[in-house]
Design a protein around this ligand. Structure first.
Ligand SMILES: [Zn+2]
Length: 279
C-alpha cells in the first residue's frame, strides 16, 4: 500500500514519476533566443524516446531506402545538376540549424535525390534528407520554394517531431494500457529502433505542421531566401491537388487558406532576417 496515492502497487507511481521526470529534464531542442517566429518550446514528451536510438534507426532506414533506389537505377548521381542545386540550397540553410537543436551539430546531414514521379520530400531524424524528382518537376519549384520545403522538413527533424509522435502514440498508449505494470525506458528505446519503416510516411499533427511551417520559414529567411516564397509554394501545392497516389507530401501536408494565411501573417516577422542575409 502506498500512502501517497492509496495504491496497492507502490512501484507504479514511482515509475510514473520517474518517466515524467525524464520527460521534463533534458531540453536539447530549446528555443533560440533570437527566434522571430512564435512556436514555444519543443514537446517534453519526446524525451521519453532516446534520441540516439531513433537517429540510428533513421540512419539505417535511410541507407536501406537509398540502396533500394540505387538497385532500381533511381538514385540520382552526385554530378546531376538538380542534386547539386538541392545540396547548394542545403549548405546555405544548414549553418542556421544548431540554434534550434544542439544535437544537430553532430548530425551527419545527407541530401539525396530519388528519381520518382511521386511528389515527396522528407528529413528523417538525424538530418537525412531526400527529395523526389516529382516534387521538383511537377511543381516547377524555384530555389526559394525548394528552400521552404527543405526548411520545413529540416524543422520536423530539429523540433524532433518524430520522437514526440512516437512517445505519444507508443509511450502514452502503453503507459495507459499497462496500468500498474512495471516497464522501463528500454521499451520505448526498442520502439524507436523498430520504427524505421514508418519514419518516411509518419503523419504529424496539425500543431507539428504549423511549427514546421514557421521554423522552416525562419530558417529559409535567415539563409537569404525570400519568405514570400512560402506563400507561392503552398498555393502551388493547393493547385497540385490532393495527392491520391500513395504516400506523398500532398497527402500528409494538406494546403488550404488557413495554412497560407498563417504563413502570410508570419512573412513580416522574418522579413528583417531575410534582408540582413541578403546584405
Ligand atoms: Zn510537415
Amino acid at each position: 500500500m502506498c500512502f501517497l496515492c492509496n495504491s496497492k502497487n507502490a512501484a507504479w507511481p514511482g515509475r510514473r514519476a520517474f518517466l515524467l521526470a525524464a520527460a521534463g529534464s533534458a531540453a536539447a531542442a530549446s528555443l533560440p533566443a533570437l527566434a522571430q517566429v512564435d512556436v514555444g518550446s519543443a514537446s517534453q514528451l519526446r524525451n521519453l524516446v532516446p534520441a540516439d536510438e531513433l537517429e540510428n534507426a533513421a540512419t539505417q532506414e535511410y541507407a536501406k531506402m537509398l540502396a533500394e533506389a540505387r538497385s532500381k537505377g533511381a538514385l540520382v548521381e552526385a554530378g546531376n545538376p538538380q542534386l547539386q542545386r538541392l545540396r547548394g540550397i542545403f549548405s546555405r540553410v544548414q549553418p542556421h540549424t544548431a540554434q534550434w537543436n544542439d544535437r544537430a551539430k553532430s548530425w551527419k546531414w545527407e541530401v539525396n535525390l530519388i528519381g520518382s514521379k511521386q511528389i515527396n520530400a522528407f528529413c528523417m531524424p538525424g538530418g537525412k534528407i531526400a527529395f523526389y524528382t516529382g516534387i521538383l518537376e511537377q511543381l516547377k519549384l524555384t530555389d526559394e520554394e525548394v528552400a521552404m520545403i527543405m526548411g520545413h522538413e529540416m524543422a520536423h527533424a530539429l523540433r524532433e517531431h518524430a520522437r514526440a509522435r512516437i512517445a505519444k502514440t507508443q509511450g502514452t498508449g502503453t503507459l495507459l494500457s499497462l496500468g500498474a505494470s512495471l516497464f522501463g525506458l528500454g521499451d520505448l528505446g526498442g520502439v524507436a529502433a523498430n520504427i524505421g519503416t514508418q519514419l518516411i510516411s509518419l503523419r504529424f499533427s496539425r500543431d507539428d505542421e504549423n511549427e514546421a511551417d514557421l521554423v522552416g520559414l525562419e530558417l529559409a529567411a535567415r539563409s537569404g531566401y525570400n519568405p514570400q516564397a512560402a506563400v507561392s509554394l503552398w498555393e502551388k501545392m493547393g493547385q497540385a491537388g490532393g495527392g491520391a497516389n500513395g504516400p506523398s507530401f500532398l497527402s500528409t501536408h494538406p494546403s488550404g487558406p488557413a495554412r497560407i494565411q498563417q504563413l502570410q501573417n508570419n512573412v513580416p516577422k522574418v522579413q528583417g532576417l531575410y534582408q540582413r542575409a541578403r546584405g
